[in-house]
Design a protein around this ligand. Sequence first.
Ligand code: UDX
Length: 454
Amino acid sequence: MGQNLWSGGAVVIGAGYVGLTLSAFLASKGVRTTCVEKDHARAERIRRGEAPIHEEGLQELLRRVVDEGTLNVRAEMGGVLENSHIVFITVGTPTGSDYIPDLSQVQEASRQIGEALKSSSGQNPLIVVKSTVPPGTTWNVVRPIIEAASGRVCGEGFHLCSNPEFLREGSALHDTMNPDRIVIGAKSLEAAEALKSFYDHLYTPRKIATLITTPTNAELIKLATNTYLALKISFINLISNICESLNDADVGAVAEGLGLDPRIGPQFLRAGLGFGGSCLPKDTRAMRGLAASLGVDTSLIDSILEINKAQRTRVVERLSTMLGGLAGRMVAVLGLSFKPGTDDVRESPSIEMVRELLSRGAEVRVHDPKALNNAKQVLESGVTYCKSVEECLMGVDAAIIATEWPEYSALNPQTARSLMRNPLIIDGRRILDHEQWASAGVKVYKIGLRGPDG
Ligand code: UDX
């Protein structure tokens, strides 16, 4: 099957961050790729070579592979399996009720694959589940749906693997091109080896560390990875809050020291407003839902989520104390995306903070180099959207740095001071040199340090 997979075409169902970057990358490697995106307008944009998301390098690559004809985009599955030997499911799995992910898009994709298989005279394809799903989904949900709709049996009429994706937004294309590991979950070694040899070919001459395991383990590895990353962030935020109550403590130095222990490692120890985005919060909730459904104690996971949520309110609370209330105060929020390098505002700490400020009667002005339009879609009215940082800082009583975009680290203290009515900055991402700013007459309250007001 392995060599066959490489020589045939690929189908990618769902053009989100994972599906779109994977499609563009496969096509750039000469794999004839069809991306199936059910949202007609989105499919049309991609067909024109326009990336609907901001990811470095994606726009250029997409245009090239669309122009060259190696990437086709369509809104329907019909006939697409005839010449394709590998099918990736990359649809979304948003949080549903009771912390359990909503699998309806995965179920729908499985049904469509099954129906396409029924009428296909082509080879027995390998179906690869890349969507993040609860353990057991590939084997107990995807497989029976495909079998029922196709009339074929897994292992004979098609093959099935779980293959979680670990890319980060903001570096989606880079991560897709340079994965640091590949996890393959399969019940049959033949299917696992076929996918492994497909990836060996794709990444040649690089050898990527690959773990072959059961589908359930593969699915759990993804949820456990993101929950662990979330745990590290909430842990350092807990330490950060302790630092704020001590004289002479700084969470930056504590994190640096922690990171020197190779058993801990330096990554994901940046204290701040907490984690957001489409994955960490959702997958941590999914882990919580899974544990609860199995009767396993959830208190550790609950704490991760609670600390994360409280982190934003703490900052607003603090600002309110510093300003003697927020009603009628004008506050600038710098950064709306959940992290720099992306225009994604899903579960962004910044967006939730803006809401908190508004609910306490503040007048809110916002800026973001990439995410203004996306923020407009989700924020309620009453927010002033500014095209430049300078415009955003004009006449405000305080500013909060919510996303660590490079332009905010490069801000000039004198300029900021001349624009603000009251020179006070809450550095929610710890990017400013507070001493330099203090000498320019701007008070900076940096998360993880005792504030200038003690
Ligand atoms: C994450 C995982 O890293 C990736 O492997 C998975 O495939 C998808 O989920 P992503 O959502 O793109 O990727 O963002 P990530 O870089 O992990 O950051 C998530 C959030 O945590 C951001 O809001 C970021 O600001 C925050 N964060 C990250 C911190 O607050 N501190 C840190 O030290 C690191």
